[in-house]
Design a protein around this ligand. Structure first.
Ligand SMILES: [Zn+2]
Length: 527
């Protein structure tokens, strides 16, 4: 007797091989049998006739750690078919931090990660994982984040990690990896991370190489590029991997409106620095622009000391003026096209463009950004306005599919869930690839695409027993309709669930039942 049988579907098993007709039998948390199970008994049977049954999607890049602690149902993730989310991405998250440093970083990151309880134990990766294990709807896997251990080793200060502080930081990376973290991350814009340099990152990556795990790099762009090897974020990642020998993974590496159609251009710095020893993979989400937090726009010296010092500077009219001038003087094209996604104390402004608000208040963009950070206690999330030109959208769609066709690519959402006007990727990234882009652009079979979403990341990041429909594997499963699956979330109406994904199973438990979340929190801290 099985606990669950998913009957009559086309099994696309994650390995990339051709789909085939069959039933999937689940006992407890694992897949017990695959084949013709029509004569077996089951406590529950899901009819998947005419639908595809695939492994649950593994999302290699999300920022759900804060939201999951407040809303363990996490409908925007699980309804996409995502059964495992990677946390600790872009070099910033909550552990390992002392309780004082956790409160500090929770504050600085509030515009992105929201407001989880402030009294949680985040002193170790073990403690972090315990907050999610069998307590939330999705499986979670954690990376040791560079800025976080920098904060813990050195405080919120602009100083190099050297000597004892570097040794301490390295020990934190080692301990975290021993406690189940699957890699180490750096980010481009989340202080105190950008104060680091390539030397310290390369040194920390030696601990990653020793553990056989992966260094995931979100290359820096604007923030103190002078500290990066070759004065470039990509060169920095390449060099840290070369020196340490660690496996390297570039986060959401894709063309953007200004580079549409020029995949060779974005790949050039990687190809130029690549040695035979480099082992490099990538991930991608299918949207032209991204989402982040306004606090990261503040100049380098305004960040010194952390949130309380930043607030003190912003309250001082002369200092605020100086900060605003620096922001206004920057050649930062993206600043002219940001839309606010999250403002906890002024939700009516969510969905407003910075340039419209600046016009209304009669102030410069830098001044308005400073005022808002002050008014919102530093919690201001934004997303990049998408291009209006449909030809650019279409070109980017072709680029994303061309990149995903590479065997070194995987899929991510980069979920940034805070606020009423989040980026549409929070609700639509996976179904957008699976539905719209696969049907409109073609070039990639369903089996190959599912592979990039399941077995590929599971193998790359060492998630044992996940990512395939195979006997003995964990029963993380998705049932979707190949013909209708699609995203419905848009930049204007972002909080819309996808269609064509009726069932999602996590560790053998039905998490989405006929498109309804069940309130079953079977997610595990993996691997
Ligand atoms: Zn991110």
């Amino acid at each position: 007797m099985f606990d669950l049988v998913i009957a009559g579907g086309t099994i696309v098993d994650g390995t990339g091989r051709a789909g085939y007709r069959g039933d999937v039998g689940v006992s407890g948390e694992v897949i017990q049998a695959i084949g013709d199970l029509s004569r077996s008994e089951a406590k529950r049977c899901i009819d998947a006739t005419g639908k595809v049954v695939s492994p649950g999607f593994i999302d290699t890049h999300t920022h759900s750690e804060g939201a999951l602690l407040v809303d363990p149902q996490h409908a925007n993730g699980i309804r996409q078919g995502i059964t495992t989310e990677f946390l600790g991405i872009d070099g910033m998250s909550y552990a390992p931090l002392s309780s004082y440093n956790f409160k500090t970083y929770r504050h600085w990151l509030g515009g992105l990660l929201g407001d989880p309880p402030e009294d949680l134990d985040m002193r170790s990766v073990t403690a972090f994982r315990s907050h999610y294990h069998r307590k939330v709807a999705v499986n979670t896997a954690y990376f040791v984040p560079h800025a976080t251990i920098r904060l813990q080793a050195l405080g919120f200060h602009d100083a190099p990690l050297r000597g004892d502080a570097l040794e301490m930081a390295k020990r934190m990376v080692r301990d975290g990896l021993e406690q189940g973290a699957i890699g180490f991350t750096t980010g481009g814009r989340y202080y105190p991370g950008p104060w680091g340099d390539t030397d310290e990152i390369a040194e920390l990556c030696t601990a990653v190489r020793e553990a056989g795990k992966v260094y995931m790099c979100e290359p820096r762009s604007l923030q103190i590029a002078s500290r990066a090897f070759g004065k470039h974020g990509v060169s920095e990642g390449m060099e840290a991997a070369r020196r340490s020998g660690a496996k390297l993974h570039f986060a959401h590496y894709r063309t953007a409106p200004e580079t549409a159609g020029r995949i060779d251009t974005i790949m050039a710095p990687i190809e130029a620095a690549r040695t035979p020893e480099h082992d490099i993979t990538f991930d991608i989400y299918p949207y032209p622009t991204g989402s982040s937090i306004a606090i990261s726009y503040l100049p380098d010296d305004a960040q010194e000391g952390g949130p309380q010092e930043i607030l003190r500077r912003l309250k001082d009219p002369a200092e605020r003026r100086k900060i605003a001038d620096v922001i206004d003087a920057r050649e930062e094209p993206r600043l002219s096209a940001i839309v606010f996604s999250y403002m906890p104390h002024a939700p009516e402004l969510e969905g407003t463009r910075l340039r419209d608000l600046a016009a209304k208040r009669g102030r410069s963009r830098g001044e308005v950004l400073c005022e808002l950070l002050l008014e919102q206690n530093l919690k201001v999330g934004y997303l990049g306005e998408p291009p209006e030109d449909q030809a650019v959208w279409a070109q980017l769609g072709r680029d994303f599919m061309q990149l995903l066709a590479r065997p070194d690519y995987m899929v991510c959402s980069d979920i940034t869930p805070a606020g009423n006007h989040p980026h549409p990727r929070c609700f639509g990234a996976f179904p957008r690839f699976l539905g719209r882009l696969r049907r409109e652009v073609g070039t990639l079979s369903l089996e190959a695409m599912v592979h990039r979403m399941t077995d590929r990341p599971a193998r790359r990041f060492g998630l044992t027993g996940r990512g395939r429909i195979e006997k003995g594997y964990f029963a993380d499963l998705v049932v979707f309709d190949e013909a209708t699956v699609n995203d419905t979330a848009t930049y204007h109406e972002p909080k819309q669930f996808p269609i064509g994904i009726p069932y999602v199973v996590v560790n053998g438990a039905v998490a989405v039942d006929d498109e309804r979340c069940t309130g079953v929190f079977a997610g595990q801290a993996v691997p």
